[in-house]
Design a protein around this ligand. Sequence first.
Ligand SMILES: Nc1ncnc2c1ncn2[C@@H]1O[C@H](COP(=O)(O)OP(=O)(O)O)[C@@H](O)[C@H]1O
Ligand SMILES: [Mg+2]
Length: 397
Amino acid sequence: MDEISKGKSPFYPGQPVPTEFFIGRINEVHRIARTIGQVELGKPQAIFLTGEYGIGKSSLAGFMRYYAERNNNILGLHILLGGVESLEDVAAKTVEIVIRTQSYGLTITEKLRNFLSKYIGKQDLLGFSINFESLKADSPNISHGYLPFLRELLNRLNDDGIKGVMLILDEINGISKNPQFAHFIKTLVDENALSPDPLPLMLLLCGVEERRKDMIQHHQPIERIFDIVEISPMSKNEMEDFFNKTFSSVNMKVEPDAMSILCNYSAGFPKIMHMIGDVVFWIDKDNIVSADDAINGVLIAADEVGKKFVDQQVYKALRSKDYHSILAKLGKGDIDLSFQKSAIEEGLSDIEKRKFNNFLQRMKKLKVLKSGDERGEYIFNSRLVRLYIRLTSLEKK
Ligand SMILES: Nc1ncnc2c1ncn2[C@@H]1O[C@H](COP(=O)(O)OP(=O)(O)O)[C@@H](O)[C@H]1O
Ligand SMILES: [Mg+2]
């Protein structure tokens, strides 16, 4: 058969999913939508969106921003704080995002740019550039007057029917380690609640649970201001829905055998689903995803996961022939992060048992595993390493 020329891949392994490909998460969407409804009515709200790396926090936040803009007339600002460590830089990023926002068409975009014209530099090929010098000079002031800044921004859009602001602070790994950040957030929320005319502000922080703990450690009262929404791995239905819809958007069909392989090995993790899906998209030749395509996809994606997310030393150790049978066993069954030593040992030969002991010690040294609270319990420190073992277990069959 002739090779089919491929168009654009509908998979997005490295970035939040575009809203048109967003799948599932119905309960979380409802919950956040209800909260947004409260903000539209004038009541400020704060949510901490939590879940593991790659589980879909940024995607859900992006989807809710779109939702709030469409259904509640709430202006969304999705601020990615990767690499940001100071409050001044939080302020500067915020200004940048406001300048670049294009949510509601020209009138609003222009009003926002007029408001911040001071920080807009010369026109360049992309339309304009940010005047970082003057932004940097003012960012300490903006960070000190963050709430008034947001208020002024919303005031400017009063005539346009905009009812509130949704502030999404995402990728907070760096900034949440700064003790000032917890105080900044608490003050923002309190100051707003106590003001005679609170700003309809929806605050949405995205981060793994450890980041929330960091913040609480820096400032205990942070614990009380957030409703917590936790994202879990996708269900089988959500996964099937994902693969069916995404493949059919490019006129590809998934055969039942292939579907069960795709779901089994991606184990509900959107990041892995996209990585496998993308590989399969490129290797398939006839627009029908067969079991063979799926198996090849899993194997190639396994290697990619290994190279991208598994530490070099661990990667090498895990590829040692000695550990094949152990890894094959660990790769089966559910994908809990913890396991009982005795459960894996069952059915291993004496030689394998010795290798298994050696494996456990080595993995502990490499910080892949730690001991659990129960006797004989081991816990994976990284979900992706755990998934890598599952993905490579296919190879060993
Ligand atoms: N609801 C969803 N539907 C489809 N793909 C998703 C969904 N949620 C996440 N993804 C995909 O999963 C991967 C990780 O998502 P992301 O939102 O970046 O996770 P996090 O912010 O939790 O690290 C991305 O490739 C993204 O495109
Ligand atoms: Mg993210």
